[in-house]
Design a protein around this ligand. Structure first.
Ligand code: ADP
Ligand code: ASP
Ligand code: MG
Length: 417
């Protein structure tokens, strides 16, 4: 392979020693004849720490200033990683997102990459340098710094790989591949040798933090071969690729969960054309992603509408709904937090009736109440109380025959279990 993109997540560069180990790995990969672009995240908990710090100063900070703040985390990493490579006697150069030519739209905190002009990156590679690019950040055409959303460094890596037509994009993280479910929740989760873009996309959207959803979208769109592997071991990782390798008898290939779900119910919504559009357009304009939507039966010209949002967006969503109250003339609003969404995903579901029924049975068997349901061709999601999430994921994992007795690998070598 002559051109690769290697992406290292926050825990992989959590301290000086880990940073040095990553530098060694990069130098080993950058053998003669192979050009290497590295994308790196902020060290350890830096992004969380910066968010906490900002909250102490202003609980509701302007989104632009938040991006100005958060982009610094990755900027520290690129400089240190480049220094670490220099210390090993190799030439490297670090670039911020904007120096690397990454342009985004202006949605601060959740920006989308609009274009990449990799000319500086390519020129530095031509000079024989290892190029280190800051993940998670870009710049608008107006010159404003943006960030891509939590976990967005994966997306920087895949988008860059597509822009330079890399032969491979490797995502190095603290687990050694994509598992049938979060290996931190289910100890006997199974490492998947390969997974299709579509299944991975569902898992990522449904809460599997191992890959940023947009990274998978890009990988699919531009057919970027993607590998998820450990930065602490040489284990072979998981290949994310085009077609689903339908294993005989495997209906569910993975289980994802999202612990931070909130439900909003609007009572007494008039049953008139355009009313729902008003509510959800206002939410969309405010940047609130609405997930599962359920409208109850119409009674006396009015209906109740319930939907879920991320727990982080609850306050914003409630204030948006308040602003359309006059216009929509609903009767009341209530909300509920402490919910989780558990989803089963599998390309094999399409041709297997009864998958959802089995899921409901398993959850009922745990004595847990299902609050909302949503389905697509390759997934079924249930909203439940978050305190039962772990127990339900473990039960589903076992019920769908996904348990394995092989060793799971999580974290650094010292954390092997
Ligand atoms: P990084 O900092 O390297 O980007 P993340 O924390 O964003 O790492 O993603 C890796 C984490 O994703 C793992 O530690 C694991 O707990 C979690 N995870 C969730 N679902 C899965 C899954 N299906 N397979 C592997 N890891 C998963
Ligand atoms: N540092 C950012 C975050 O913590 C981006 C990333 O790690 O991918 O979300
Ligand atoms: Mg991540």
């Amino acid at each position: 392979l002559s051109l690769i993109v290697m992406k290292f997540g926050g825990s992989s560069v959590g301290d000086a020693d880990r940073m040095k180990r990553v530098a060694e790995r990069i130098v080993r990969a950058a053998e003669p004849g192979r050009r290497v672009i590295v994308v790196v995240s902020a060290m350890g908990d830096t992004t969380d720490d910066l968010i906490d710090l900002s909250k102490k100063i202003n609980p509701n900070p302007p989104a632009r200033e938040m991006d100005m703040l958060l982009a610094n985390g990755e900027q520290i990493s690129i400089a240190l990683l480049s220094m670490a490579i220099h210390a090993l006697g190799r030439e490297a150069v670090s670039f911020t997102g904007w120096q690397a030519g990454i342009t985004t739209d202006a949605s601060h905190g959740r920006a989308r990459i609009a274009d990449i002009d990799p000319k500086r990156v390519l020129a530095a590679l031509d000079e024989g340098k290892i190029v280190i690019v800051a993940g998670f950040q870009g710049i608008t055409p107006e010159g404003e710094i943006t960030t891509l959303g939590r976990g967005g460094s994966d997306t920087t890596a895949v988008a860059l790989a597509a822009a330079v037509k890399a032969d491979l994009c490797e995502i190095y993280t603290d687990v050694d591949g994509v598992y049938s479910t979060d290996p931190r929740i289910v100890r006997n989760a199974r490492k998947l040798p390969a997974i299709s873009y579509d299944e991975m996309l569902e898992l990522a959207h449904l809460g599997a933090a191992v890959l940023h959803p947009r990274a998978v979208e890009y990988a699919k769109l531009y057919s970027v071969p993607l590998v998820v592997r450990s930065s602490f071991t040489e284990h072979e990782g998981t290949l994310v690729k085009g077609e689903a390798a339908l294993e005989q008898g495997i209906v569910v290939s993975g289980i994802a969960c999202d612990k931070n779900v909130a439900r909003i119910s609007i009572q007494g919504v008039p049953d008139r054309p355009g009313i729902l559009a008003k509510v959800f357009t206002a939410l969309g304009n405010a940047g609130v992603d609405v997930d599962i939507i359920v409208q109850g039966a119409v009674d006396g010209g009015k209906a109740d509408v319930s939907f879920t949002v991320s727990g982080n967006d609850l306050d914003k969503a409630l204030s948006v709904i308040e602003t359309v109250r006059k216009d929509v003339e609903y009767e009341g609003v209530s909300s509920e937090t402490g919910l989780a969404k558990v989803s089963i995903v599998g390309a094999g579901m399409v041709s297997n009736p009864g998958v959802a029924a089995r899921m409901f049975e398993v959850i009922a068997g745990q004595g847990v109440n299902i609050k909302m349901v949503s389905t697509s061709e390759i997934k079924v999601s249930c909203v439940i109380e978050s305190e039962s999430m772990k127990q339900v994921v473990i039960a589903l994992h076992s019920a769908y025959g996904l348990d394995t007795s092989e060793q799971v690998f999580v974290g650094g070598p010292e954390e092997r279990r």
